[in-house]
Design a protein around this ligand. Structure first.
Ligand code: HEC
Ligand code: HEC
Ligand code: HEC
Ligand code: HEC
Ligand code: HEC
Ligand code: HEC
Ligand code: HEC
Ligand code: HEC
Length: 548
């Protein structure tokens, strides 16, 4: 127990935020003009290089390279790093019937569905309408090529001997430079972002711990929601690659839903989502976002894309969803709240941007983002209505952070007073190696020492690292009270956030605030029970209370 008193609990609470939020931010975007997602996780070039050998399926990369090995499906989720060609020797007969360059002929037999989808696409019919023909002409001019059709081999190679899966930078960029560059510009906004999707997934310590414990396939859900977006098929699916599909809110639903980010649910049941549901079919979804008339019969209420692809810098719609994010995922403590728990010491000496500070909702950049939001809403609402809505969102979030602070104080007391035995349970995920892998410069002295001294047997609760409570349960770690707290902030507080942000009243209250304060009651009861058990043990001279 001594070390816990020694290194105030607060110091260790959010350590691995390091892995979660090592956003390089704009500074690095300038230092290195190349857009590489590694820069969103590692603050120095040297550490970024740790990802260089991220190839094939034999070895992982980054700080945990030695502790995990990609599962075979990773070759599709992150083809740039992991793709391996298939062995087609079992299909010898087919290759006798078709020339190896006859992709379409053979694949009409092998994967007819894919060929049919492709035949429906602008890639198969690049002059289908005058508008598309005009865009094709522009592409031809810029790329200096003539395009009959964009056939299989443009995106997969000339034969099976050189088969590859297409990556935006190598393939799509030849013809769609603007979209690829815009999309990569998310890097300037740090994490979370589509650019960081895959790296965010595989770099968190509980993910790697799962691999170490042989439970790698438990993460199939994470992998599918967090693919490397370099393959560009998240919103316009292969092989139709349709803009119209990508403009529909459903294009976002499969990933932006569920316990910790119910964007689909909150949007769908909001008045704006309901209007889309009722009359979206008649809207002009074949028109580009920059051309459509907002508010009229072409699009009477906004979609996810209308709101999130409106760019803070350019004041136009484009391939960047992060430029107006203020609260982002809602997981970082704001400066505007006075904390009583260890959250007041956040970021605990950690030196990695943007983790080296709390969110300041009203600093220059965030004020500018707010103005852009209001400008957007003002297409269809009064400016005052929009502004007051954001005031309500911020007020709700501050109040929710105060509730989380109360809960965190209670959980911390349980550890401070020794009512829970940290030594009797498994260490924090990867806790035995975290100190050595990240080092004192990144972790800050307190956090580094706590891990170094205890081998990871330290209590870690609260945003963000305490979320491991929702992912890994090994040898009594986490305890029930920690799980209750994990659910309070990672599920209910985040549900309430999206309820308010998206104007969905039921989520704001019944799935947000109400169960959140419910959790606080459970936490208080657990806290009191642990205290009473400890005091009884003390009287009897047994168990933890008796010093055993
Ligand atoms: C003679 C038949 C034949 C021809 C010709 C052929 N393929 Fe294939 N291709 C196959 C078969 C069979 C598979 C499935 C392999 C498997 O299931 O493991 C396949 C799989 C693929 C895959 C998926 C690979 C993976 O990792 O899942 C792609 C992409 C592909 N082919 C592209 C092409 C392209 C591009 C061409 C033309 C250059 C082409 N194919 C020509 C038979 C053919
Ligand atoms: C505009 C680019 C593009 C074109 C053209 C294209 N593909 Fe693909 N294809 C993709 C992308 C992107 C993926 C997904 C890559 C990944 O999952 O890593 C993919 C994946 C595949 C796969 C494996 C995944 C699966 O669902 O089985 C097959 C097979 C395939 N393509 C076949 C074809 C065939 C056959 C053609 C020609 C009719 C074709 N592709 C044309 C971009 C393209
Ligand atoms: C050889 C050039 C070429 C390559 C490579 C290419 N495309 Fe295209 N793409 C076109 C042309 C031409 C069109 C039709 C004109 C237009 O809509 O811009 C098009 C259209 C599109 C559209 C819009 C279709 C619509 O319904 O409006 C999407 C989305 C798209 N491509 C995605 C991709 C992705 C993703 C990749 C990489 C995996 C890719 N393309 C690779 C040439 C290419
Ligand atoms: C294949 C899954 C997938 C699809 C489809 C998808 N996203 Fe995402 N999105 C993600 C993931 C995963 C992240 C977070 C990545 C990370 O952890 O860094 C994200 C991040 C974001 C963010 C930034 C979040 C923040 O906190 O700043 C926004 C905004 C966003 N997506 C909007 C959209 C919209 C709008 C659509 C549809 C047009 C969409 N996404 C489609 C998976 C997806
Ligand atoms: C978050 C969802 C999302 C992702 C991921 C995404 N797109 Fe798009 N894409 C869209 C939307 C929405 C549109 C329609 C934009 C509009 O109307 O202005 C679109 C349109 C396009 C178009 C047609 C542009 C035109 O003017 O006709 C191309 C080409 C395209 N995307 C390429 C890409 C490429 C390349 C990537 C990967 C680098 C990519 N997209 C990734 C959502 C996405
Ligand atoms: C009426 C506009 C609007 C619509 C429609 C909308 N959102 Fe949002 N969304 C917001 C606002 C406002 C926030 C909070 C922004 C802030 O202040 O940080 C937000 C927050 C988010 C976030 C957190 C990251 C961020 O940018 O702050 C994600 C992810 C997200 N929304 C995804 C979606 C998805 C997916 C859909 C469609 C299913 C959707 N949104 C529909 C306005 C909208
Ligand atoms: C249903 C889809 C989905 C699943 C499953 C999922 N995520 Fe996410 N994840 C997202 C989306 C979407 C966001 C961004 C939400 C927002 O900003 O509001 C996100 C955010 C994150 C972030 C914060 C981003 C950052 O850069 O700090 C991390 C880390 C993360 N996810 C890792 C994981 C891991 C690890 C798993 C599995 C153990 C997982 N996710 C499961 C969709 C998913
Ligand atoms: C394309 C037009 C459009 C845009 C842009 C738009 N809205 Fe809306 N919004 C509507 C319509 C239409 C309604 C339904 C009005 C009604 O309930 O009578 C609505 C309803 C709402 C509601 C529910 C109102 C109520 O009385 O319950 C809220 C909250 C809201 N919008 C907030 C916003 C915010 C915040 C933004 C900007 C981030 C925004 N909207 C952007 C069209 C839009």
């Amino acid at each position: 127990m001594n070390y816990i008193k020694h290194f105030r609990i607060g110091v260790v609470l959010l350590i691995c935020v390091a892995f979660l939020m090592l956003s390089a931010g704009a500074v690095f975007a300038q230092a290195n003009p190349k857009s590489s997602p590694e820069r969103l996780v590692m603050p120095t070039e040297k550490l970024q290089k740790g990802f260089e050998k991220w190839v094939g399926l034999e070895k992982g990369s980054g700080p945990w390279a030695d502790y995990y090995k990609p599962v075979p499906l990773h070759m599709y989720w992150s083809p740039k790093n992991h793709y391996i060609r298939p062995d087609v020797s079992a299909f010898k007969n087919l290759f006798e019937d078709y020339a190896s360059g006859d992709c379409m002929g053979c694949h009409d037999e092998v994967t007819p569905g894919i060929v049919r989808s492709w035949r429906d696409s602008a890639h198969a019919k690049p002059r289908r309408t005058p508008e598309i023909a005009e865009k094709t002409r522009a592409i031809e001019e810029k790329a200096g090529i003539t395009i009959e059709q964009v056939t299989c081999n443009f995106c997969h190679g000339e034969s099976h001997d050189e088969l590859f899966m297409p990556v935006a930078d190598d393939v799509c960029k030849q013809c769609h430079r603007q979209q690829v560059v815009e999309f990569a510009s998310e890097i300037a906004d740090g994490r979370p972002s589509h650019q960081a999707s895959w790296i965010s997934n595989v770099v968190v310590p509980w993910y790697i711990e799962g691999f170490r414990k042989g439970e790698q396939y438990s993460f199939i859900g994470c992998d599918q929601c967090h693919p490397a977006m370099e393959k560009c098929d998240a919103c316009h699916t292969r092989h139709k690659f349709s803009s119209e599909e990508a403009r529909k809110p459903e294009a976002c639903f499969s990933c932006h839903m569920g316990a910790d980010h119910p964007d689909a649910e909150t949007y769908q049941e909001s008045k704006m989502g309901v209007i889309y549901e009722m009359e979206g079919e008649t809207w002009a979804l074949d028109k580009g976002l920059n051309d459509v008339e907002l508010g009229g019969s072409e699009m009477r209420s906004p979609t996810c894309q209308t709101c999130h692809m409106y760019n803070n810098t350019t004041g136009k719609w484009g391939h960047n969803v992060t430029s107006k994010g203020r609260w982002r995922m809602g997981t970082f403590p704001p400066k505007q709240v006075e904390y009583k728990s260890s959250m007041k010491d956040y970021p605990y000496g950690i030196t990695i941007p943007p983790m080296d500070k709390k969110i300041d909702l009203y600093d220059g950049p965030n004020n500018k983002k707010l103005e852009r939001w209001v400008e957007l809403c003002s297409n269809c609402h009064s400016g005052r209505f929009a502004r007051l809505w954001f005031e309500a969102l911020d007020g709700y979030m501050f109040a929710a952070y105060r509730k989380r602070d109360e809960a965190q104080l209670l959980v911390e007391e349980c550890f401070d007073k020794g009512w829970i035995d940290v030594n009797a349970r498994d260490p924090y995920p990867m806790g035995d190696v975290i100190a050595d892998k990240l080092g004192v410069k990144l972790l800050g002295e307190g956090v580094y020492k706590a891990f170094k001294t205890t081998g990871g047997k330290v209590p870690v609760v609260g945003p963000i690292l305490g979320v491991y409570a929702n992912f890994r349960h090994d040898g009594g770690n986490p305890s029930a009270i920690e799980v209750e707290y994990g659910n309070m902030w990672f599920w209910y507080a985040l549900k309430g956030y999206k309820g308010v942000a998206h104007g969905q009243q039921d989520y704001a209250w019944w799935w947000g605030w109400a169960p959140m304060v419910n959790q606080l009651s459970r936490i208080r009861s657990q806290h009191d029970m642990l205290e009473r058990v400890y005091n009884i043990e003390k009287k009897l001279g047994i168990g933890l209370g008796g010093g055993k």
